[in-house]
Design a binder for this molecule. Structure first.
Ligand SMILES: [Zn+2]
Ligand SMILES: [Zn+2]
Length: 374
């Protein structure tokens, strides 16, 4: 049991995923029980290879194994290769040969089967992403049928072994040296059948249901982030565990704010006297409140002022980002007589500028504010 997994597969410790998969495939083909009937040693080697592959074939488990050895990959319930590996094995051979290869008894399909993991794309506003929210969603999913309590039987009777396949769930045909197994047609590979099928779920034990679920969206989420709700996917079959529900975040674009990581970019209107004299101005923030921005005297139109800590919260609990406010001097489109007179006088006093008075180009500013460079 405690043999080194790399030695079992005959690969270097630095082998890549492809080499590991190839090595396992070779061993699995050689020691496969159907090809070595009655050979207990081959079966033992086959199991060891499967166990080693269950760990080394999984990046996360492999990393734990590299760091902690066997202790690192043994969960509370012991090595979990029984359910997973056998599924994996037929997948590998299936993808290799294009059909299912049986191995003494269809362990894969007749036992409990885990429900599928479902994905749900959740569209939220930037405001919701900013403050965090609890959102109710409607999830269509196959859940345990309430009429038959998941037994699939109207009288809730236990399933009985399928007579066509003898409870194996597969019927086998020999093709040269390989035994090719196909799912049994009578029991659909389950190995057992329901005598009096439930009329609500047709005997499956699950029925399509539309259920409302609450999703707690943490503050700071961004498009593409995933929340995993354990056990909220489809119900399992024959006592198997439910799959998970993966909620994929999709944060809508905002009219006034552009997001870049935790930083937010916005434009703030200001009058010429305000930027010339300096002063403070109220800036709208994402959550609908306002915050005071100090404008230094001589601020130019297009200049970006930073409001630290006023950007998006960090979903990991880090520091919130920066709100970058681009000052936009707004020229009045219509003037009263009084304003016109005052501006005429001001114009005489100030005159027209000779240059832009600013060595940093507009493009540089745009780049540094939007993309955080420079
Ligand atoms: Zn039912
Ligand atoms: Zn059958």
């Amino acid at each position: 049991m405690a043999d080194d997994y790399y030695q079992v597969l005959g690969v270097e410790r630095g082998a890549n995923a492809d080499e590991i998969k190839k090595a396992y495939r070779k061993l699995a083909m050689r020691d496969h029980p159907d090809r070595n009937p009655g050979d207990a040693e081959a079966e033992e080697r086959f199991k060891q290879a499967a166990e080693a592959y269950a760990v080394l074939g999984d990046d996360e488990k492999r990393a734990r194994y590299d760091q902690y050895g066997h202790a690192g990959v043994r969960g509370g319930g012991g090595p979990d290769f029984n359910s997973e590996v056998f599924a994996d094995f037929s997948d590998i051979l299936g993808s290799f040969f294009g059909f299912n290869v049986g191995f003494g008894g269809g362990r894969r399909s007749s036992g409990p089967m885990r429900g599928s993991t479902l994905q749900y794309r959740l569209r939220i506003t930037l405001e919701q992403a900013f403050s965090g929210d609890e959102v109710e969603i409607n999830v269509p999913r196959r859940r345990t049928c309430e009429t038959c309590e998941g037994t699939g039987s109207q009288s809730r009777a236990a399933r009985t072994a399928c007579s066509a396949c003898g409870g194996i769930g597969q019927v086998q045909q020999r093709h040269g040296f390989l035994t090719v197994a196909r799912p049994c047609g009578q029991c659909q590979g389950a190995g057992s059948v329901v005598q009096d099928p439930c009329t609500d779920c047709g005997g499956e034990g699950r029925s399509q249901q539309q259920q409302r679920l609450k999703v707690a969206v943490p503050a700071g989420v961004d498009t593409g982030m995933r929340l995993r709700l354990r056990g909220e996917g489809e119900s399992g079959l024959r006592g198997g565990p439910a799959g998970d529900l993966e909620v994929v975040m999709d944060v809508q674009e905002h009219q006034r704010f552009v997001r870049h990581g935790t930083d937010l970019y916005t434009r703030v209107p200001a009058s010429f006297p305000r930027v010339a004299l300096g002063g403070s101005i109220e800036v709208s923030t994402v959550d609908g409140s306002t915050s005071t921005l100090d404008i230094p005297a001589g601020t130019q139109s297009g200049q970006v002022l930073e409001m630290r800590g006023m950007g998006m919260p960090s979903v990991n609990g880090g520091r919130p980002g920066t709100l970058k406010a681009e000052i936009q001097v707004v020229t009045p489109r219509s003037l009263t007589d009084e304003q016109e007179t005052a501006l005429h006088e001001l114009g005489e006093l100030i005159g027209d500028p000779d240059d832009l008075g600013d060595e940093q180009s507009w493009w540089d500013r745009l780049r540094s504010s939007v993309f955080g460079q420079g």
